[in-house]
Design a protein around this ligand. Sequence first.
Ligand SMILES: [Mg+2]
Length: 140
Amino acid sequence: MLSAIFNALATNQSEQLFTMNGKTRGLPRNQQTAVDDLCKEVDGWIKTTGVKYFDPLTNMAMLAEEVGEVARIMARRYGQQSEKASDRGKDLGEELSDVLFVVLCLANQTGTDLQRAWREKMLKKTARDAKRHRRNPKLK
Ligand SMILES: [Mg+2]
């Protein structure tokens, strides 16, 4: 079973469309963007528009800052904090994209193969959690 999952991930044959909250999400296979493609897109942008990468420690601080912006939206829109009028226009997708952008920068500038790491992580999680979450009574 694991080899089938690995092959599907390695060859990008897995169907990426899924349904969440009654809406179909994801992209058709021919429009999917692999992690490698995202890393290359960010690297190209940095070299042409961003001039150069901020140093890794600056980007680490920026990652914390962007995660904080996501946390603010989550606490106020989905959590119990009241949402101020000035928070209502904030876009969760934009803030999650800010987090992803900095993560991709950190991967690029540290020589991390994030595509490979992602595949390995998903395989590890799939093997480790094959029955774990189905057995969790809190998820029923
Ligand atoms: Mg932001």
